[in-house]
Design a protein around this ligand. Structure first.
Ligand SMILES: [Zn+2]
Length: 462
């Protein structure tokens, strides 16, 4: 068995240049989803992928049309029913390359300098999920791959995945798998293999407050009318206390407390106060008392004011009492909070706090469920073991402050967990000029996935 792993890795190393050339070919297709000018390139990238998946021995590969970027699906089911089925997720669309003048080389002509591949999509996400394809091909040259495989590679991730939920719902049977492998997460640092086991959710609202029928002269009405801008400011400031605790009624009731064991594990993450100060370029941090920054970002809910609109903000003075005020606020949610519960809590808060004489409205804009995947999940453990062998150290388990919506969609619509990792780095400059891929990590990534598929063969699903 371990011989076969070694041989597969050797095959990969012997053919590394070919795999790299194939990745470069793929990267040269400017599959930018945000700009409709690139629609034909999106189609070209989807078709390229279909051909590539067929070439690496998938039983079938198809591009399913959507409104914008087709969803590429492929499968290999010859390992047999008793073997696990892995759904590999990725996205082949990329961010626009602008501003072009800030690139030191053509964003769609991959160039290698000092062990880094520079190009748009090199890290996010082409370079990441293509590690799995190189691993699969390398295994196939030595033996039959010991697990069943399904692929879902979308072309709309960078524009918010507008087609993915319908696709999951309408192809539930076709996508039936034991779990998903999602390589869109990345590592904390070059020597710190990372598994993300939690993601925060989101609940986003607009709050409208309406006072007088029309704007009023502050000389005539100042002192006799409640100013909506002031009322909104009071409402917003009442949402938190001075310790950073959120004061919406029952807000923390659904929040899963952190276990001691989890806090110990999170303390291994080398993201301390000075890291956040440096990254945010601030002199002081602020947040809920009693938790470290890494805990606050990954495991505690937040409430933020994202924008306020009221009154006169043009040049010069205008002595006005505005007739209305609006704020955009959003909460990052943690297990087991639910966006609709949070909406009810917000409405209750408004019922209690809005002064008499005002009308108001809470309008939900967008939401996403939080999730935590057990660190003991067998597939996560198989991946952790693979990382440990290749990197020579145990991976860090991290809870992410943001969301990767597809992870909660897969949980909700397909009923499966995701193994969330990757080989990209914070300094890869994804979405920015001069995006890069660390080729040492790309190589380690392919090796990890070769080990991973082999580990799965002998694991007992829980
Ligand atoms: Zn991205």
């Amino acid at each position: 068995m371990s011989d076969q792993i070694e041989h597969s890795i050797q095959y990969f190393l012997d053919h590394k240049d070919i795999y790299l050339q194939q990745l470069n070919q793929f990267i040269r297709i400017p599959s930018i989803s945000a700009d409709s000018k690139y629609k034909t390139e999106i189609i070209r990238a989807a078709n390229w992928l279909v051909e590539y998946l067929k070439a690496i021995h998938m039983d079938q590969a198809t591009a399913f049309e959507t409104k914008q970027g087709p969803i590429v699906y492929a499968e290999y089911l010859r390992a047999g029913q008793e073997k696990p089925t892995v759904l590999i997720y990725g996205h082949y669309d990329v961010q626009p390359a602008d501003p072009l003048e800030e690139w030191s080389s053509d964003p769609f002509e991959p160039t290698i300098t000092d062990g880094f591949l520079h190009a748009r999509g090199a890290s996010d996400n082409k370079g990441q999920f293509m590690t799995a394809l190189a691993a699969i091909d390398s295994i196939f040259h030595i033996r039959e791959i010991p697990v069943n495989l399904k692929f879902l590679i979308e072309g709309e991730e960078e524009i918010g995945s507008p087609s993915i939920t319908d696709f999951l719902i309408n192809h539930k049977e076709m996508l039936k798998s034991d779990f998903a492998l999602n390589l869109d997460a990345g590592m904390i640092a070059e020597d710190l293999p990372t598994i993300v086991y939690g993601l925060r959710g989101l609940a986003y609202f607009e709050i409208f407050l309406k006072g007088p029928e029309h704007d009023l002269h502050s000389g005539v009405f100042g002192g006799v009318v409640y100013n909506p801008a002031q009322a909104l400011a009071e409402i917003l400031s009442g949402m938190k206390d001075s310790d950073g605790r959120i004061l919406l009624p029952s807000f923390y009731d659904d929040v899963l407390p952190l276990s001691d064991d989890e806090r110990k594990e999170l303390a291994r993450i080398p993201l301390d106060e000075s890291y956040f100060k440096r990254q945010a370029e601030v002199s002081e941090l602020w947040g809920e008392k009693g938790y470290t920054p890494a805990e606050r970002v990954g495991c505690r809910p937040t409430l933020d004011i994202n924008g306020i609109l009221t009154g006169y903000v043009g040049e010069g003075p205008k002595t006005v009492i505005p007739s209305s005020a609006m704020a955009k606020i959003s909460m990052r949610l943690v297990p087991n909070q639910k966006p609709d519960h949070v909406q009810q809590q917000l409405i209750k808060y408004m019922q209690q706090k809005v002064p008499a004489g005002f009308t108001w409205e809470v309008k939900p804009l967008t939401s996403d469920f939080p999730c935590v995947i057990s660190r003991d999940f067998y597939a996560t453990q198989c991946f952790a073991k693979a990382l440990e062998v290749v990197f020579g150290k145990k991976p860090i388990y991290k809870r992410e402050g943001g969301s990767i919506p597809v992870v909660s969609y897969m949980k909700e619509y397909l009923g499966i967990e995701s193994v969330l990792s990757g080989f990209g780095l914070p300094e890869d400059r994804i979405h920015a000029p001069n995006e890069q891929l660390n080729l040492k990590l790309w190589e380690k990534g392919v090796k990890t996935i070769i080990h991973f598929f082999n580990n799965l063969e002998c694991a007992t699903p829980l």
